[in-house]
Design a protein around this ligand. Structure first.
Ligand SMILES: *Cc1c(COP(=O)(O)O)cnc(C)c1O
Length: 463
């Protein structure tokens, strides 16, 4: 049998595991995040050969190295399936918008946000792994909008999986709500919580921490702490850089640090990249960290780019672990300090390593609207507010080489901000018109842990 890559925890107190356990568990048992024991390497010649190849083929070559333990036949089948339904044949097309400036369009999946790229694949791989083990699982996700619909599009109708998505009642856009509630699949359960996104998140965390319940339900997380999502996202950094043929700088609208860490993963696998720019909205914990060396939580502010209204960027732990030279003890101590004090001082050598790889820029709502308006005037194209955060962050940069801004959502998903900025209402793509015809299904629940737990038990049964 081939030797497969094993995965270690950033906190060093869990044994190394195979990729199937990593896929199903999400979080490591010691509370850390999984990373490959060593990064597989791709040569410059291999990377250059990706230019012009179909996306699914490039994905197959890269993910064969990272996820090979799931089985070559499984990857052969599931990767093309994951990308077959994308509206653009390129899956992640790169478009030049000005001299040396490019948009990497990641919103051509079924729910119009970049999360489809990873979740469409994860859905197929998870269902397959459960089938092989003869298990069933309950997938639980809290969402401020995009994750929920992408998880539903990826897991709806999958055998062996019951999916519960909790969104804050009345606090997601109508498009986002309908994308979740009009699913026809009986294994999809929408909970509209009478509370905030933070309340929804707190309930999900408490249910994962309830060991008895978590074991009984075989509870699984598909948020961006799951390494399989990071692996799937690394692929478009390769396709974009290979298309350009020179080392670009990527400007990444960032919330939970998953997408931008996928860029670091690509670099560690051998991809030449000039810099990774973290573009945040007013929730600027990462920008402050890079400026001061202290990672300290503030309070969450609601902005025009709600999918990035996050203060604790979970995946930052992965970058910290790498910057600490993979010293798991130092990483665990730092994260324990952070849990206690909501603040952590980053060791000088680690801070220097992070600053060499990453830049960080925080963008206000006013700058976001101005970037949407300016881009529309210059190109006639509408962009969504998350993409606009990257455009605004790129404006101030003076760097060598091409700039690639990640376009993470379709403008039709956030029509209000686009209309405020330009007076235009972005048309919904043809394939989503049915949203306004489908019947909505959701259960409104009070913000109460026991109520949610009982609801899940009654709908999912025991596993
Ligand atoms: C989730 C999301 C982001 C942030 O991605 P992270 O991996 O959390 O940094 C940015 N833009 C959109 C549209 C999203 O849905």
């Amino acid at each position: 049998m081939a030797e497969h890559l094993r995965y270690v925890s950033t906190r060093g107190r869990s044994p190394a595991q195979g990729i199937e356990d990593v896929l199903i568990a999400g979080l490591a048992p010691d509370g850390g995040l999984f990373l490959p024991q060593s990064w597989p390497q791709l040569s410059r010649a291999e990377i250059a050969s990706f230019r012009g190849k179909p996306y699914a083929l490039v994905a197959r070559e890269i993910l064969g190295r990272l996820l090979g333990g799931l089985g070559e036949d499984v990857l052969d089948r599931e990767i093309p399936r994951a990308y077959a339904e994308f509206a653009s044949e390129d899956v992640a097309p790169l478009r030049e918008i000005a001299d040396g400036r490019f948009l990497l369009e990641l919103f051509h999946g079924p729910t119009l946000a970049f999360k489809d790229i990873a979740l469409q694949l994860l859905g197929g791989l998870l269902a397959q792994a459960l089938r092989r083990r003869g298990q069933r699982a309950t997938v639980l996700a809290a969402t401020s909008g995009d994750t929920g619909s992408a998880a539903i599009a990826a897991l709806g109708g999958r055998e062996g999986i019951e999916l519960f998505v909790i969104h804050p009642l009345g606090r997601v856009s109508e498009v986002q709500r309908r994308q979740m509630t009009t699913s026809r699949h009986v294994n999809v359960h929408n909970i509209a919580l009478e509370g905030s996104f933070d309340d929804a998140q707190a309930i999900v965390k408490a249910l994962f921490a309830d060991r008895e319940f978590a074991a009984e339900q075989n509870l699984t997380a598909v948020n961006s702490i799951n390494f399989v999502r990071i692996a799937a996202q690394a692929v478009y950094y390769f396709t974009a850089a290979a298309a350009l043929g020179v080392a670009p700088t990527f400007v990444v609208p960032t919330g939970n640090f998953g997408d931008v860490f996928a860029g670091e993963a690509a670099m560690r696998m051998g991809l030449p990249v000039e810099q990774l720019i973290i573009a945040t909205n007013a929730n600027d914990i990462l920008t402050r960290t890079f400026a001061t060396g202290t990672y300290a939580v503030g309070s969450v502010q609601a902005t025009l780019s709600p999918s990035m209204d996050i203060q604790v960027a979970s995946n930052f732990e992965r970058a910290l672990y790498e910057a600490l030279g993979r010293d798991a003890n130092a990483c665990r101590t730092a994260m324990e300090q952070f849990a206690l004090r909501r603040s952590l001082a980053i060791a000088p050598a680690a801070l220097e390593a992070l600053r060499a790889r990453y830049g960080a820029v925080a963008i206000s709502d006013a700058q976001t609207l101005a970037a949407i308006a300016r881009h529309y005037e210059n190109t006639g194209q509408l962009v969504d507010p998350h993409t606009a955060v990257a455009l605004a962050a790129a404006d101030g940069l003076t760097l060598e080489g091409p700039l690639v801004m990640l376009a993470t959502a379709h403008p039709a998903k956030f029509p209000d901000a686009v209309r405020t900025a330009t007076g235009q209402i972005p048309p919904l793509p043809e394939r989503l018109r049915a949203l306004y015809e489908g019947e909505e299904r959701q259960t409104v629940l009070a913000n109460d842990l026991d109520l949610v737990r009982n609801f899940i038990t009654s709908r999912a049964g025991a596993k």
